[in-house]
Design a protein around this ligand. Sequence first.
Ligand code: HEM
Length: 375
Amino acid sequence: MTKTMLPFLVACVFAAFAAAIALAFAGAASPAAAAHIGFAAGIMPLIFGAMMHFVPVLTRGRPPQARVQVIPPAMLGAGLVAAAAFLLPGFFQIGIRIAVLAGLTFALAMAVWMVRCARAALGAPHPCLRWYLAAVGCLILALLAVLAMEFLPDHRPALRLFHLHLNTLGFIGLTALGTLTVLLPTAAGQPDPDAAGRLRRDLPLAVAGVLLTAAGAAWWPPLAYAGLVLLFLPVALLGTAWVVRFPRAMLRVHGAAPSLALALAGLLALLFLSALHAQRRLAGGDAVFGFLLAFLLPLVSGAASQLLPLWLKPGAQTDWHRAARETLGRFAVLRGLTFVAAGWLVAAGWPPGAWLALAGLAAFVAQALRIAARR
Ligand code: HEM
């Protein structure tokens, strides 16, 4: 993969998150436009880029060929068109059609490439690969739901809910849980011998949880509660395993580990809160924004603290990499706490809480610019 692609996609995510938060505050973007700036143009392409980095590691295979490497930038294109469609009402219908067709094509291409890598693997691929396949499967289903909106206009509100839950909990959630299980032990500098077994065991629970939650939110709410319980289990089991195995690393003030642990805590609390929004005690839009702040920001900043040095300078690990990780991880716990607190406040119905996240975001961007300048 070209050296600049992953750092570029990380920069795009932070620019997209900052733009989404600022535009939503200024009233210049609808909640749907803000969601697609942050999620479709920001996080979706980065997820594809990160998967492309991890899949050869999980399958002990070769790096992707040049034609496979176009997938993450192509997803960025699809996401930007989707965001533009929500920002420009005259472009909505055609923009959504283009974005859906492009998104579906490249998501399918990604799934095919992952299956090929799994087949060519020396020995059994790491079970995290199945989480990635399930995540891409959720994105494909979510995009098919958008396509179905054209043909079933009466079902549009239900299909919208199906689409948004499959994307947030399924596409982003499953990718994140698979990656966190592998990444936290690396960040803590200590192996987790149970990780592969847990990933293998918990995937059916997580996938069933996502599908029941999405279908329940769309068509029959009692089903969503059953889905929530199923989804809660793997998240809580992962958290419990970490508390037992990595208590010191998670409680450090600096480094990637506390940020990743906070992301999981953020997700766990949001799952609790989501039961309240399912009962209409909290607004659903606030829950989506809370998800971005309390889960995605600590997750992406924690993962980037660990991975960005490697992505900026691939190859042998040097003193520069160690120093860069130190800079990115400095006071990570404070940064992570601002994100989680902001997300909880917003999800609980107090939007100005998002300013806290902008402060944390500014701190991380300053740290990232410092290491990029020292390169
Ligand atoms: C090519 C990519 C995408 C397209 C074309 C697309 C399209 C759409 C459409 C047409 C709607 C319904 C809007 C309405 O109510 O009329 C929608 C809603 C939504 N989508 Fe997407 N989407 C895409 C990707 C994503 C991704 C990756 C995520 C999250 C990870 C996401 C999250 C949402 C959310 C949260 C809503 C509800 C927004 C609201 O009404 O407040 N979408 N999307």
